[in-house]
Design a protein around this ligand. Structure first.
Ligand code: ADP
Ligand code: ZN
Length: 734
């Protein structure tokens, strides 16, 4: 490994501020460069994915420099969130917007005149009002930051005409650095941002679009809700978003989930403004765990601890998919993205697109086709996504998608199957589409097929033990693996070069079995993702989560403004019993120590005393308090998991497995729960003694298994959470 490069003087100052206000002690990728640009006043365009830490890129320099930082932001909700979060860290900040009274605005203007604020957020139209601009030209500014900068580009997905006016900023403040921030992946938009803003020799800082902490799974499914509920149940009590294509589906799904006892709310453009706001707030303030929504939901949602995003239907483009699924795991901790689609989704979209204006139609159809290929492909999801945006993935196995995790149930003899399909395409003279070809292979008696005498073809009914929609799916998979191509107005199928080679037996297609077999159906939850839980006492985590909710409600801010999940996990890992120890927690700065330290330390001490857990634990060697490395360590370690499975298969106890694998017991325990789920283990005896197991089973019978805490309490806190978890997992398999 390279020796660490010593930080520059500027970086040292930045790190000190980050430590003091945010409780972070290292930079995320490109943050050092982006912050240095903001410190030295060189214009910049910073492109980082969601969760990449863009806000800190201007906030930390704003704190370090003299003068006021002006932040342009498109949405009041976004501004409010950021200002709340800054104040919670002890950074004086305010927002100026149209909902304020002139009196309120005057107070802020006074604070600015007295130099009391470090950052002020403004909407573009307000900033560009002559009086406001005039006011700011008389204010010493440290920097200008433009958030969601892609809004300035017509080529982007979210063009806002009022952003166009921001070009005057370079003229109005010629000596102040202007810095644009966005997550947009398109090169055209990135260039356009620099041009539209009239930036002078801007530094272009483009990060990787990959989000290693998101685990992607894509499945064609005819029982979507049922499949979704499996994940929702595993994530019970955590925040998730469920996207549906239509409003009707949203309503139906939200109702169904509510009836099943989940705290779910619907969100779509058919609801009144008031309802939408109430539902959104319930989600942000953690009074509801699940939002079921159409694409209308999400813009301006800054919630950092969304732990899963489920799509009950295919989005209409990969851009949409990436944006929507990307709302999960902004805090960098592991999160699940599950896409469940059916063959009909694409047809639904096609008919909707056809109703739209025709100018955009071609582009929309192309995007949809790319989305279909993505769904049908059997290649790494992370790689497919970054490639779509013109980047490469720097590793062979991402360890965080169904393909790389080896979860896909593949057809046993894909070559023969593929050859049958390809020869049917040839027999049809490469003049028909996927639907028709699938029907011929399935042996359909449809009039059109009989009229054309295609029931006479040697390939007619060749796959009649499968239904047409399954065959149709395989065709899509062959298209996305480039053995077949769709061409022309009617998407007729033809063989590609490699398709012809495949007919001769050269090549290795991969086709997915129609219905996942029982053992695969069960999700092996986030393989190795357990690492970000390494050393974390989950019982304590739950206690601290409850405390966070209470404190947030008292202060009228969303819980994640008090602390993110990363900080809570680190607290439940280190379990500090003093305020000094508390300050070492990742995400705890001085202000938050003063504000919340006493309450959290008290809860930690009480919990440790009650449950016999050690306080002031030393953090694991791979210190999860380091930005880059922490994210690195959250990457699933599939190899360790495989080794663990082997150990458990041989009947190893947790202690033994932990020793042999040199992993913490808590990590090994995570592997064990995955092992139990994957192998459908029903007998906990290798890991829990018979008497305890029986008591736990009785407790579960009495209080249910929805949450562990009631079970723990029911057992008078005499049996550990770990043992409860193991027995509950085994019970679920019976
Ligand atoms: P973006 O705006 O790029 O989506 P955010 O600014 O919301 O990302 O940051 C994502 C998360 O990462 C936040 O929870 C933030 O506090 C955290 N974060 C930012 N910088 C760091 C850092 N240097 N170390 C640790 N966490 C960080
Ligand atoms: Zn992968």
């Amino acid at each position: 490994m390279d020796a660490p490069i010593a930080p520059t003087a500027v970086e040292t100052r930045l790190l000190a501020a980050m430590r003091r206000y945010w409780g972070y002690d290292s930079f995320l990728p490109l943050q050092a460069q982006a912050m240095t640009a903001a410190m030295t006043g060189r214009d910049s365009v910073v492109v980082l994915p969601t969760g990449g830490g863009k806000s800190l890129c201007f906030q930390a320099p704003a704190v370090c420099r003299d003068g006021l930082a002006l932040v342009v932001s498109p949405l009041i909700s976004l501004m409010k969130d950021q200002v709340d979060a800054l104040r919670a860290c002890g950074v004086p900040a305010a927002a100026i917007n149209s909902t304020q009274t002139p009196g309120e605005r005057r107070i802020i203007a006074e604070q600015i005149r007295r130099g009391e604020l470090k950052l002020v957020y403004v909407a573009p139209e307000r900033l560009l009002a002559e009086r406001t601009l005039d006011f700011f030209t008389r204010t010493p500014l440290s920097l200008v930051a433009i958030d969601e900068a892609h809004c300035i580009s017509q080529w982007g997905h979210d063009f806002r005409p009022e952003y166009r006016g921001l070009r005057v900023l370079k003229q109005a403040f010629p000596r102040v650095g202007v810095h644009a921030y966005t997550a947009t992946a398109s090169k055209v938009v990135q260039q356009d941002i620099a041009e539209q803003l009239g930036l002078v020799d801007p530094q272009m800082l483009i990060g990787s679009f990959d989000r290693p902490n998101l685990v992607f799974r894509i499945r064609r499914s005819s029982s979507r809700l049922q499949e979704a509920v499996k994940l929702i149940e595993q994530r019970r009590g955590e925040a998730g978003i469920v996207y549906c294509i239509s409003r009707k589906e949203v309503d139906r799904t939200a109702e169904a989930l509510t009836a099943m006892g989940y705290r779910a709310v619907p969100y779509h453009a058919g609801l009144s403004d008031d309802q939408r706001h109430r539902h959104q707030d319930a989600f942000l303030e953690e009074r509801a765990d699940i939002v079921v929504a159409t694409v209308a939901f999400g813009m301006g949602i800054d919630k950092s601890n969304v732990r899963y995003v489920i799509h009950l239907g295919m989005p209409k483009s990969l851009e949409h998919y990436v944006q929507e699924s990307g709302r999960a795991g902004r805090d960098g901790l592991e999160a699940d993205c599950l896409l469940l689609y059916s063959g009909r989704d694409a047809m639904t979209w096609r008919s909707l697109i056809a109703k739209d204006d025709s100018a955009a139609e071609a582009g929309a159809l192309e995007s949809l086709a790319a989305m279909e290929r993505f769904c049908g492909s059997v290649a790494c999801r992370h790689r497919a996504i970054v490639r779509y945006f013109g980047q490469e993935l720097d590793k062979e196995n991402c360890g965080a998608c169904d393909v790389c995790l080896g979860e896909l149930d593949l057809v046993d003899e894909p070559l023969v199957l593929a050859q049958k399909i390809l020869s049917c395409v040839l027999r049809l003279d490469q003049r028909y589409g996927a639907d028709y070809t699938a029907k011929v292979l399935a042996g359909s008696r449809e009039a059109r097929i009989l009229e054309q005498r295609h029931d006479q073809l040697s390939t007619y009914g060749l796959l009649d033990s499968h239904d047409a929609s399954t065959i149709r799916e395989w065709i899509e998979q062959l298209v996305s693996q480039a053995f077949l191509a769709k061409t022309g107005e009617f998407n007729t199928l033809s063989l590609t070069e490699s398709g012809r080679a495949l007919l001769r037996g050269a090549g290795a297609p991969q086709l997915i079995k129609p219905a996942p077999s029982k053992s695969r159906e069960r999700r092996t939850p986030g393989i190795g993702q357990e690492d970000s839980w390494e050393g974390v006492d989950r019982g304590l985590f739950e206690v601290l989560r409850g405390l966070r909710t209470g404190l947030a409600a008292e202060r009228g801010v969303p819980p994640y403004v008090v602390f993110g999940d990363t900080a809570l996990r680190d607290m439940a890992r280190r379990r500090p019993s003093s305020l000094e120890g508390f300050l070492d927690v990742r995400g705890v700065g001085e202000h938050k120590r003063d504000e919340y330290g006493a309450a959290f330390v008290e809860a930690i001490v009480a919990y440790c005393a009650a449950s016999g857990v050690a306080r002031d634990a030393r953090p694991p060697q791979r210190a999860p308090s380091l930005g880059d490395e922490a994210r690195e360590s959250q990457r699933p370690a599939a190899a360790a998991l495989v080794a663990a499975f082997e150990q458990f298969g041989r009947g190893a106890s947790i202690e033994e497995a932990s020793q042999r694998l040199s992993r913490a017991q808590s990590t090994v325990l995570g592997y064990l729960t995955q092992y139990i789920a994957a192998k459908q283990v029903t007998d906990p005896s290798p890991w829990v003694n018979a008497a305890s197991a029986r008591r736990i089973e009785e407790a579960i019978e009495a209080v249910g298994s929805a949450a562990l805490k009631p079970i723990f309490e029911h057992l008078n806190r005499e049996i550990s959470y770990d043992e409860i978890r193991i027995v509950a997992a085994c019970l679920a398999n019976r």
